[in-house]
Design a protein around this ligand. Structure first.
Ligand code: C2E
Ligand code: CA
Ligand code: CA
Length: 721
């Protein structure tokens, strides 16, 4: 009955009854008295009718129209997104309350959806603004709780191995914090098998549990859920590079809390989170690679001492200081005798051990302000401020004495002999190159006369005479047919086919014999002969290529350019002339340039490179990773490909740093739209590894050593590759 009365229909009847009841009674009374005072009775009835109508009007207004009006206002508030609640209604009409409750539900769903939208934009903001993965995760959990209003949220990562053990990474609103979370996640048997988080990680699909208390997969965590006051949950997988790395779990107070649209928005937010994690990881890796590249460019890996690049930079600074303050500077070159013999007798391991120990002993000497470097192979250098020649001599003896003490490497005692050459600023040289060359002359002088050390003496500088003679020889060699090009093939890894050759110059010196490029390219560069030499190389390579083409072999040939070539304003013309003379098109020629070459005069070099590229010549950045290398700078160069330096490729199997450099250069090179070539591929393992990393082209002794033109042709025909 009371239910009926509280219904809308009941209220209408009550209202009408309340009005009609007295009216009927009054009418009956009036009819009884009608005979006496007819007119009075009519007026009386009319008054009562008026009263009844007013009562009905008032009742309807009070019980129906007003709640309906409030309902309408509420619906309007809903449209504007304002919060809505049943408490607004001062009615106990069931129908109106039902509508109000429905509206309320709708309101809270809409509010959630709008908050989920907000979460989406906040996630994007967090992804853009956070620079650290470990800061992004708690931020995400915080946003889920504070922005959308869920009770709790946490993120776990799964181990990389088969066990995939769960590791809590961040949480918000979890009662008991990390300790409780660890407890929740350590139920491994369930976690691996059926728990929502484990299921998500295993299947890579979201897990929605709208009723935790009845979800059979959630049995072990019911108590936890009660303690946290939650009744429903959803878990999303977090993917990085197509692999599930973990999951984000969200818990709500009420059952059945997750509506379809909302789930879609949450999934999108988690997708953004995954993207953010991947991005931060890539950045971190790039940062590590850049730091390693920088370290490798400036430090010797064996001894961890600065290398010749850093030494030259330091010498440059030290000289300008010495110039300003009128100081004397001494540069020393220390040469370890017969390192090769040590390697042969005891193995490379012992040779390396000796080098490390030499580095330690020299840098361990107590000489304030001294800068020690390993220059190359068995040569170390030191530069230091001294008072005068006597002071320098004292230091020289200190170094030699330190190296005279026998070395014990892995229990083997080894005696090391060393010699030292010294040059002084300002007496023996005024710039770094001169000073180092003169220390080297002094070193050779000391060796020749079997002394432990020697200062530079101008009159003994046979080296400069020797140098001059060699420059003369090289000038003659260019026309006397003493230079020869060797060609080393490159293969397209994916296609498994030869895709080009690199031309490498050698010198058959009539007296000194076969000289590798390292022995004379530097000389050509400093004597101005590099221009005619490069022209000779391009001309010869293109002619050879045209002969091969006539014999059905159409392969581009790569020529190395020296930094000096990029300062030559006639380079482009010269190349055009060579292409014309050999009657081959520009695509036949590829050019390899080191990044350092571009850095020396970026404006001029860029201009030349742009012209060459426009001509249709393929450009490579050579020796990537050894010099000024920065992947950021690569973006600005009009090059087609990047060649990872052989030192990293040779090393990558044993050295993690090298492997990281190879891997990141490949992926970031690809991101910049460049082809990536690896040189120094010496075995099958390296080639397979490069193939797995997606490297495009390989070159190295495993494929073929540099070969004479005829041998290369025979090698190609043999179908060896
Ligand atoms: P590069 O441009 O890095 O050339 C590759 C060098 O790596 C070549 O040495 C090649 O013989 C060597 N190499 C190839 N595969 C392997 C391998 O699997 N393992 C190892 N350990 N080494 C490998 P090469 O011919 O002695 O040339 C040395 C450098 O001389 C070249 O380095 C290049 O910078 C320069 N060079 C050679 N020819 C010319 C030239 O015509 N002009 C100029 N400017 N420089 C040249
Ligand atoms: Ca090269
Ligand atoms: Ca190279």
């Amino acid at each position: 009955m009371s239910r009926y009365i509280s219904g809308l229909k009941g209220r209408m009847l009550l209202t009408v009854g309340f009005a009609i009841g007295p009216l009927l009674c009054a009418t009956a009374y009036a009819l009884l008295r009608i005979a006496d005072h007819f007119a009075f009775a009519v007026i009386y009835i009319l008054l009562l009718a008026l009263f009844a109508l007013s009562a009905i009007w008032l009742g309807v207004k009070l019980f129906v129209t007003r709640p309906l009006g409030e309902l309408a206002t509420t619906a309007e508030r809903l449209c504007t997104g304002a919060p809505v609640s049943t408490e607004h209604f001062q009615t106990d009409a069931v129908e109106i309350n039902t509508v109000a409750t429905a509206l309320n539900k709708m309101a809270s769903a809409l509010a959630r959806i709008s908050r989920a939208h907000k979460l989406l934009s906040e996630t994007k903001r967090a992804v853009v603004n956070t620079t650290d993965e470990l800061a992004l995760l708690p931020e995400m959990c915080r946003l889920v709780v504070t922005q959308v209003g869920y009770r709790g949220s946490y993120i776990v990562y799964a181990g990389d191995d088969d066990k995939r053990l769960l590791r809590p990474m961040a949480h918000e609103g979890v009662v008991g914090g990390l300790t409780a979370l660890k407890q929740i996640l350590t139920d491994v048997s369930w976690a691996i098998g059926r728990g929502p988080v484990a299921t998500t990680i295993r299947t890579g699909k979201p897990y929605v549990a709208q009723h935790l208390m009845t979800d059979p997969n959630f049995v072990p965590w019911r108590e936890d859920a009660k303690r946290n006051g939650v009744a429903s949950a959803v878990v999303f997988p977090i993917f990085v590079e197509h692999r599930v790395i973990g999951a984000l779990a969200i818990y709500a107070v009420e059952p059945d809390a997750f509506e379809t649209t909302e789930l879609g928005l949450l999934a999108e937010a988690v997708h953004d989170l995954s993207f953010g994690i991947a991005l931060l990881r890539a950045h971190a890796e790039q940062g590590r690679a850049n730091a390693t590249i920088e370290r490798m460019a400036n430090y010797d890996r064996l001894t961890n001492l600065p290398n010749h690049t850093l030494f030259e930079q330091h010498l440059h600074r030290a000289l300008s200081e010495a110039r300003s303050f009128d100081r004397v500077l001494a540069s020393f070159i220390v040469d370890i005798h017969k390192l090769r013999d040590i390697n042969d007798a005891f193995g490379f391991h012992h040779g390396d051990g000796v080098l490390k120990e030499v580095g330690k002993r020299i840098s361990g000497l107590n000489t304030p302000g001294a800068f020690v470097a390993r220059m190359r192979g068995d040569e170390f250098a030191l530069v230091c401020r001294v008072a005068d020649e006597n002071d320098a001599e004292r230091l020289a003896l200190q170094i030699l004495d330190a190296l005279d003490v026998p070395f014990t490497i892995d229990g083997t005692q080894i005696d090391v002999n060393s010699t030292l050459g010294i040059s002084l600023y300002p007496n023996h040289g005024t710039d770094g190159t001169q000073l180092m060359r003169h220390a080297d002359v002094a070193l050779h002088e000391a060796k020749k006369s079997s002394k432990r050390y020697a200062f530079y003496r101008r009159e003994q500088d046979a080296n400069s005479a020797q140098r001059l003679a060699l420059v003369g020889d090289l000038r003659r060699a260019l026309s006397a047919n003493e230079l020869e090009l060797y060609y080393q093939p490159k293969i397209d890894i994916l296609a498994g086919e030869v895709c080009g050759v690199e031309a490498l110059v050698r010198w058959n010196h009539p007296r000194l014999g076969f000289l590798p490029p390292d022995k004379f390219i530097g000389l050509a560069e400093t004597s101005g002969l590099i221009r005619p030499l490069t022209t000779w190389v391009i001309r010869t390579a293109l002619r050879q290529s045209s002969i091969w083409q006539a014999n059905g072999v159409d392969l581009p040939v790569a020529v190395n350019l020296s930094p000096y070539n990029l300062r030559d304003t006639h380079l482009v013309e010269t190349i055009q002339a060579c292409l014309r003379d050999a009657d081959v098109d520009a695509a036949t020629l590829e050019l390899e340039i080191t990044e350092g070459a571009v850095m020396e005069d970026p404006e001029g070099a860029l201009d030349i490179l742009n012209q060459l590229r426009q001509m249709g010549i393929t450009l490579f950045i050579d020796d990537f990773g050894t010099g000024y290398s920065s992947l950021g700078y690569l973006k600005r160069l009009p090059v087609n490909a990047v060649k990872i330096d052989k030192s990293f490729v040779i090393d990558m199997a044993d050295n993690h740093d090298s492997e990281v450099i190879v891997r990141t250069t490949i992926s970031l090179g690809h991101e910049l739209g460049l082809r990536v070539v690896a040189e120094g591929v010496e075995n099958r393992t390296a080639l397979d590894h490069l193939a797995a990393l997606g490297c495009d082209v390989a070159q190295g002794y495993f494929i073929a050593k540099p070969l004479r033109a005829d041998d290369l042709y025979a090698w190609l025909l043999s179908g060896h590759w």
